[in-house]
Design a protein around this ligand. Structure first.
Ligand SMILES: Cc1cc2nc3c(=O)[nH]c(=O)nc-3n(C[C@H](O)[C@H](O)[C@H](O)COP(=O)(O)OP(=O)(O)OC[C@H]3O[C@@H](n4cnc5c(N)ncnc54)[C@H](O)[C@@H]3O)c2cc1C
Length: 485
């Protein structure tokens, strides 16, 4: 046999895992190489998506329970709930998800090798394990799915004691009373709302001009309202100049300078949580040696099949850049695997959803209202505020908005934006309707379970149709698909 394997994959995160699963379904012999000596599943299971979502669910449950039954007035959530209990829950979830990855790999007969893999040529990978042993493997195809890592701060050190990151926050002995989060991306804001829900006074320091700038502006306004009700302050356009311990005041001091007025300010805190900018794990994997092209930002350049400039080598997941999500990585790995099996019509098409697991959560797909305006489209907006839904009353959650961007002529959806409970789940109803070009009357003509958050689609569709009606289109023709005369 010319090759040892049909496919060798570097990295067992969502991109590598899904490619392995799909390729074994095609009857391919797969070797999965993982640098982490203990765990499979990458940042997805061990440091990113799954642990943060487990902590988020725990914090959201505590927040909700306390709003309903818990207020004793005497103590805050951070005093009542133990970090150790939250971490125990997170560990339990991570352990289970780890075992699921392992079970699936074994069931589908994927071989694994532990160690750092790097390319020697377009068909050969060398794996160096923790003892320094090196072994070469050859395959018809290679998939690079080595993920990304957070950049290190310049003016202070992540010592995993005063300053922790998303991996070492497990070192926190208790839910802090005060927390400074440094970073302005989605993960930083998610963690800010997690701790805020636990009663921690959170200050978030970001060098960016604003936060979550890609959101529909009305959804952002609702989010700002939610933040103002929590004990959180977001400082934008600031640079952290240093972090140090102040034993006299028994606190940690974070010195930061505002770009707006150049003032140096100090925040006293108990704990600092740092989120670096995500950077692709491209070093030391043999890209230059084999001639794999990268873009100006250092991500691997790929075509629509996730194939690199070297035809036998594919790349997927964070290593290829935007959107840098587990959700997208799963699909990218699968598309690469299909192309290797000569199926080239499996491709990403149209808009894809974004889920932001803040408290409250946010999700969107397609055009925002501002984008529809700037493109000069003829559209109407349909809104449903959560406080209009029975499900919200019974769930004791009134903050929330679902917004539909509707094409006036076809009544098809151009965009869906949701903030509020279950936003990241119910977005997929809009996604299915949008992708299949079913018009918004679907939501008013069909029975939807009651009470549900999904009902927001019905309310928003009625709202949008009413607006189109008011602008002169006959209501009868709107709801019966007869042509307006
Ligand atoms: C705090 C946080 C929260 C997040 N929350 C979400 C979320 O809610 N939803 C979402 O969709 N995404 C989320 N993400 C993003 C998501 O985790 C990543 O987009 C996703 O894990 C990327 O998948 P990947 O397959 O590219 O790589 P990873 O999951 O990063 O896996 C890469 C693997 O490759 C291994 N590796 C590296 N170099 C080598 C080598 N040379 N040889 C062999 N193995 C190697 C690494 O050890 C690692 O196991 C979050 C990220 C973070 C940090």
């Amino acid at each position: 046999m010319k090759y040892d394997y049909d496919l060798i994959i570097l990295g067992s995160g969502p991109a590598g895992f899904s490619a392995a699963m799909q390729s074994t379904k095609f009857g391919k012999k797969v070797l999965l190489v993982e640098a982490d000596a203990k765990h499979l599943g990458g940042a997805w299971i061990n440091a990113g998506t799954v642990p943060s979502k487990a902590l988020r669910e725990a914090a959201a449950s505590i927040f909700k329970y306390n709003q309903l039954f818990g207020a004793d007035g005497a103590s805050r959530n951070y005093q009542r709930y133990k970090m150790a209990d939250l971490l125990r829950f997170k560990d339990q979830v991570v352990k289970y998800e780890n075992s699921e990855v392992k079970r699936n790999l074994i069931k589908n007969e994927v071989h694994t090798a532990r160690g750092m893999g790097h390319l020697l040529d377009p068909h050969t990978v060398e794996v160096s394990d923790h003892l320094g042993t090196r072994k070469k493997y050859r395959a018809e195809f290679i998939l690079l799915a080595t993920g990304s890592s957070g950049s290190k701060p310049k003016n202070f050190e992540v010592d995993h004691r005063l300053v922790v990151d998303n991996r070492s926050l497990v070192n926190m002995s208790h839910v802090p009373k005060r927390l400074v989060i440094i970073g302005g991306g989605v993960n930083a804001i998610e963690y800010a709302t997690i701790f805020s829900a636990l009663g921690t006074k959170v200050n978030l320091l970001s060098s960016r001009e604003t936060y979550l700038p890609f959101l529909d502006s009305e959804i952002k306004k609702e989010f700002d309202l939610a933040l103002s009700q929590q004990r959180m302050v977001i400082h934008t356009q600031v640079y952290v100049e240093g972090v140090s311990e102040n034993p006299l005041r028994n606190c940690t001091e974070v010195k930061y300078r505002s770009l707006k007025d150049n003032e140096l300010r100090v925040l006293e805190t108990e704990q600092v949580l740092h989120f670096g900018i995500r950077q692709p794990n491209t070093r030391g994997i043999g890209l230059e040696e084999v001639g794999i092209e990268m873009n100006e930002e250092g991500y691997i350049s790929v075509n629509g099949h996730y194939q690199t400039s070297v035809p036998s080598v594919y790349a997927a997941g964070d290593i290829v850049g935007f959107p840098g999500l587990a959700s997208a990585s799963f699909t990218q790995g699968r598309i690469a695997s299909c192309h290797m099996a000569n199926i080239d019509n499996v491709k990403l098409s149209g808009a894809h959803p974004f889920g932001i697991y803040t408290i409250p959560e946010i999700s969107s797909i397609g055009l925002t209202e501002d984008e529809a305006i700037s493109q000069g489209l003829d559209f109407a907006v349909g809104r449903a505020f959560y406080k209009e839904l029975t499900k919200s009353s019974v769930s004791n959650t009134t903050l929330g908005l679902l917004k539909l961007i509707i094409d006036r002529k076809t009544l098809n959806l151009l965009g869906v934006h949701v903030i509020g409970e279950n936003a990241c789940d119910i977005i997929h109803i809009g996604q299915a309707v949008m992708k299949n070009k079913i018009d918004v009357r679907y939501f008013v003509d069909n029975i939807l379970n009651y009470p549900t958050f999904s009902e927001a689609y019905r309310v928003a569709a009625f709202n949008g149709l009413n607006r189109i009606n008011k602008s002169g289109v006959k209501y009868r023709s709107l709801i019966s698909s007869e042509k307006d005369s």
